[in-house]
Design a protein around this ligand. Structure first.
Ligand SMILES: O=C(O)C1=C[C@@H](OP(=O)(O)O)[C@@H](O)[C@H](O)C1
Ligand SMILES: C=C(OP(=O)(O)O)C(=O)O
Length: 436
């Protein structure tokens, strides 16, 4: 790699002793926003994430006609719902939540809506959610295809959703084995379908169950009647979505790299405002970090992770929390011995093919990694510095930063890619190390 945009990852010079407050959850913010646009009254969202993915969701809702006002610091957002209107194109960036949650909203708009995104977004699977929308009676086409829906439904962006102001709803199947977001996107819009929605997942695996539970929880919190009838089957009744006040929890997946730092560097890192109960997959971090040799305590709403600087290898099933894989993989790359991460075949369709990216970058750093059919085998320890590529993937940048705490000479290409969910990452990381 020959790139001028390299960030020298700071090395920890001693045990850490840091308290790191993380901003609002991407997943909760990007659910609260579309629900607010579909609600029957205005909503005020407090503690919202202010980042590229949240800005893209706000942009999408404005394109569909919603009134959205954002406070100066970006963390309070007031949404005034309006009838959904077509016309303005929607930029999904590289945000899975925008790509998969907005098309079902666009289906409710009064005409054609064009959705596109970054070059990398055009590689992320979309077929299941688009075919579901078509099965509900709303044609979905490529930008240059006939609008009557006579052709095949596209599998990738760019697409046009040809709304007609109403979606009849009913009972459909979706294969969500490549992303739980297909289920979440359909369920979020479903209260506004005339007959509601009964949705069956038909694929072999269902990743990210906590994120589906989160969707059900936020719908119920807004007064929607949702029945998780059986594993892989959900029923959303048609009805009003209430407005009012919503408070967003801190993003526990973004807390992950900071907590992992205590294991990589030794010492202690605390994250305040840790929710006592949550549907975020980051709730699994205490268990995973304990398996890797950390000790974890939760007192007065502050989660503290302590580590010795030596990471233990482990075999972990990440089916429920694939989002945490790059963070865990960074620790396993430092762990002397063999580890396996499984349940994460669908990471091949994340911001980049994360299994391929992690294998390439761990190898570049002097470790050994191989792809498994549904995950990674990693033999860690004895790494050396390298220029680490990030593939426009925020979590590849934070992966490299974790490794860099313990390995001198790690330089991160385009650390600014962390703005997807955590624009302040480089300075937060330096503050954690007492460097700012
Ligand atoms: O619904 C959500 O907010 C998310 C669901 C998960 O997607 P996948 O099921 O595609 O992994 C997760 O990885 C992503 O970061 C956020
Ligand atoms: C997979 C992720 O993001 P997205 O919401 O774009 O799918 C992620 O943040 O790890």
């Amino acid at each position: 790699m020959n790139t001028p945009d390299l960030w020298p990852a700071p090395v920890a010079t001693g045990p850490l002793e840091a308290v790191v407050a993380v901003p609002g959850s991407k997943s909760l913010t990007n659910r609260a926003l579309p629900l607010a646009a579909l609600a029957s009254a205005p909503t005020t969202i407090r503690g919202a994430l202010h980042s590229r993915d949240a800005d893209l969701m706000i942009g999408a809702l404005r394109s569909l006609g919603a009134g959205v006002e954002v406070s100066d610091n970006g963390t309070t957002v007031r949404v005034v719902p309006q009838p959904l209107r077509a016309g303005a194109p929607i930029d999904c960036g590289l945000a899975g939540t925008v790509m998969r949650f907005v098309p079902p909203l666009a289906a409710l708009a009064d005409g054609p809506v064009l959705l596109d995104g970054d070059p990398g977004a055009r590689l992320r699977p979309m077929g299941p959610v688009l075919r579901a929308i078509a099965a509900l009676g709303v044609p979905v086409t490529g930008p240059d295809d006939a609008a009557d829906g006579s052709g095949d439904v596209p599998g990738f962006l760019p697409v046009v959703v040809h709304g007609a102001g109403r979606v009849r709803g009913g009972e459909i199947e979706v294969d969500a084995s490549t992303s739980s977001q297909f289920v979440s996107g359909l369920l979020l819009a479903a209260p506004r379908f005339e007959a509601g929605l009964t949705l069956h997942h038909v694929g072999e695996v269902l990743p990210s169950q906590p994120h589906i539970d989160m969707t059900i929880a936020v719908l119920r919190d807004r007064g929607v009647d949702v029945d998780d009838v059986a594993p892989g089957k959900w029923r959303v009744e048609p009805g009003e979505i209430s407005g009012g006040d919503v408070v967003i929890e801190p993003d526990l997946s973004n807390a992950g790299p900071f907590l992992a730092a205590a294991l990589a560097a030794g010492g202690r890192v605390s994250v305040p405002h840790w929710p006592s109960s949550t549907t975020q997959p980051g709730a699994l971090l205490p268990e995973f970090l304990t398996r890797l040799g950390g000790s974890v305590t939760l007192a007065d709403g502050t989660l503290t992770v302590a580590g010795s600087g030596v990471v233990q290898p482990a075999d972990l099933d990440l089916t429920a929390a694939g989002e945490l894989a790059p963070t865990i993989a960074a620790l396993l790359a430092l762990a002397p011995g063999e580890s396996r991460l499984t349940g994460i075949a669908h990471l091949r369709g994340h911001e980049t093919d994360r299994l391929a990216a992690l294998v390439t970058e761990i190898t570049r750093l002097g470790g050994h990694a191989e792809e498994l059919p549904d995950g990674l085998l990693i033999r860690g320890g004895a790494l050396h510095g390298a220029e680490v590529a990030t593939y426009h993937d925020h979590r590849m940048a934070t992966f490299a930063a974790i490794v860099g705490l313990a390995v001198p000479g790690v330089e991160i290409e385009n650390v600014g890619t962390t703005a997807k969910t955590l624009p302040d990452f480089p300075s937060m990381w330096q503050r954690m190390l007492g460097e700012d």
